[in-house]
Design a protein around this ligand. Structure first.
Ligand SMILES: [Zn+2]
Length: 441
């Protein structure tokens, strides 16, 4: 008799769209075939998940894998290996590489390269520039493209669309949701002379102050309202923006970063100096409290890591020469599980923010829930496992994490992608088999 399933996951507590339930999951041909599999069912492989929670595959919708770039810092093979070790089944990668992903040729290169080298499934962003607006409507529906990304304020790389006329031109070409780095470039430049080389790292948040972010978001949402083009504001970092966006929920969705929920000024700058510098900056307690309130109120749609590796030597330079950006793809799930254990949100809410949320906001097909017909992507977690995050666990070649020394409770112990076990108990298995995520056009 041939087996009825390729894989059965037995005895785990599944986080289903309608709540938690202890149920067995049957997988066939890389997809979920049945929930509540009878004990008599046979499978080529059976996984004992007793004592574990089975989550739909968790997604990090905001990573910078720096490829093409410098592979001694990070690359798609190493960054996606970090992702599966950290319990992620898919990542969405940013376009500010060198060269940047901004036209048909670079998009075609990235499609091919991902399917040869990634350990997890991937979507990727196309960068908007001041000149490629007419091509964006075509590029945003290319295979694997999760969204157009607009850098309205400067960060790593030279992709910048900062003026209203150019922003509006981008919004009027295409129709899918656009993802924004929202800091007002004019205010950033105007405030730069107020600071000098060697000032304390805490000045990062004084330079890129609340009004830089809030002004950027007000301008983008006014243009989004005028053009009718949906907006996803990435890494919202201020209490002011989180209150303001509530009047734009018909066309605006929100990402909050793990760092803004976990680290707080001035402590982060005192302890980590350059290794706490990112954009938008980590701010004071008032903003962290507002971010958690926004999660409780259901304002936040997705959580990202904004994994953005830089070499150690660069981060040791005096401020503001130390580049902004922190590693995070490997630590996103463990630190979020620790927040669950600390009672800051439920496991179901975490799944909504890290699986269902990204699938809904970006229109990912077959991702985001445990349900028959969906991809058999699972993150297996042990909610009771306590472990200390250390730099030597990090497989991103730059080799450091801002969470070095942090002890967390809750740990990803298995990563299953389209039915294949890719990580089990801290060991990466098999060969890179990542595919491009499909998105609704
Ligand atoms: Zn980013």
């Amino acid at each position: 008799m041939t087996a009825q399933f390729d894989l059965i996951i037995r005895g785990g507590i599944c986080v289903l769209p309608w709540g938690e339930a202890q149920t067995d999951v049957g997988v066939r041909h890389g997809r979920i075939a049945a929930l509540g599999v009878p004990a008599s069912a046979t499978a080529a492989q059976t996984l004992d998940a007793r004592g574990l929670h089975v989550l739909p595959g968790l997604i990090d919708p905001h990573v910078h894998l720096r490829d093409p770039g410098d592979a001694s810092i990070e690359s798609i093979p190493t960054g996606t290996k970090a992702a599966v070790l950290g319990g992620l089944t898919a990542v969405f990668d940013m376009p500010n590489t060198s060269p940047a992903i901004i036209d048909a040729a670079t998009v075609a290169w990235k499609q091919d390269y991902i399917e040869r080298s990634a350990w997890c499934d991937m979507g990727f962003y196309v960068g908007a520039t001041k000149t490629n607006a007419p091509a964006l409507a075509g590029l945003e529906t290319a295979r694997g493209v999760c969204a157009v990304k607009v850098f309205a304020g400067s960060s790593t790389g030279d992709l910048m669309v900062e003026d209203d006329a150019s922003l509006e031109r981008v919004m009027r070409n295409g129709r899918r949701r656009i993802a924004y780095h929202s800091e007002d470039e004019y205010r950033l430049q105007a405030r730069k002379p107020l600071f000098k080389r060697g000032d304390a790292h805490v000045n990062h948040m004084a330079w890129r102050d609340e009004e830089c972010a809030f002004l950027g978001t007000r301008r983008i949402l006014a243009l989004a309202r005028a053009s009718g083009r949906p907006a996803h504001i990435l890494h919202v970092s201020t209490a002011e923006e989180l209150a303001y966006v509530q009047d734009f929920r018909d066309l605006c969705s929100i990402e909050v970063l793990l760092n803004h929920l976990t680290q707080v000024a001035p402590d982060v700058y005192d302890r980590l100096q350059g290794f706490g510098v990112m954009n938008p900056p980590i701010r004071g307690q008032r903003h962290m409290d507002a971010a958690w309130a926004a999660i409780r109120d259901g304002i936040v749609d997705t959580i990202g890591s904004d994994h953005a590796p830089h070499p150690r030597a660069a981060k040791l330079k005096p401020w503001p020469d130390c580049p902004a950006g922190l590693t995070g793809v490997q630590t996103l799930v463990p630190v979020m599980l620790d927040h669950v254990n600390a009672g800051r949100l439920s496991l179901g809410h975490m799944v909504d923010l890290m699986s269902a949320g990204p699938a809904r906001i970006y229109g990912a097909v077959g991702k985001g829930r445990i349900a028959a017909g969906y991809d058999a992507d699972f993150t297996l977690v042990d909610l009771k496992h306590t472990r200390t995050i250390t730099n030597d666990w990090i497989v991103t070649p730059c080799g450091w994490t801002p969470f070095d020394g942090l002890t967390v409770t809750g740990w990803p112990v298995g990563t299953i992608i389209r039915g294949a076990m890719v990580m089990r108990d801290g060991e990466v298995l098999g060969a890179p088999g990542g595919k491009l995520v499909a998105f609704r056009a």
